[in-house]
Design a protein around this ligand. Structure first.
Ligand code: SF4
Length: 104
């Protein structure tokens, strides 16, 4: 799930010429701890296999798959969820399997 900050929601609502309330109603849902999340998978802004708001995409999108951030092991569920969709994650996992002498 993509989390969206208040500033990001304001920015993208403006980009789409929507009132913030319209943007929230159409694209957002509340997650745990009142986090705002994109309410659809795949994301509304995915069009022809490309991000239609690429220059204004959310921080979570910019960081994905976040392999450069600490606590890789705490995001294993996400990594394995995207293993067969994301070539970056696939290649990193396959390299780790080789380096860690993983056997089938
Ligand atoms: S990069 Fe764009 S299409 Fe992909 S999840 Fe983020 S906003 Fe949606």
């Amino acid at each position: 799930m993509i989390t969206v900050s208040n500033n990001e929601a304001n920015r993208v609502a403006k980009l789409l010429n929507l009132k913030r309330s319209e943007f929230d109603e159409k694209y957002m849902e509340k997650g745990m701890h009142d986090l705002m999340l994109i309410n659809a998978i795949p994301c509304h802004f995915l069009s022809n296999n490309k991000c239609s708001i690429y220059q204004d995409r959310f921080e979570g999108c910019r960081e994905f798959p976040a392999l450069h951030l600490p606590y890789f092991q705490k995001r294993l569920f996400t990594h394995f969820m995207h293993y067969n969709r994301c070539p970056i994650i696939f290649n990193v996992i396959e390299q780790l399997k080789t380096q860690l002498l993983f056997e089938k």
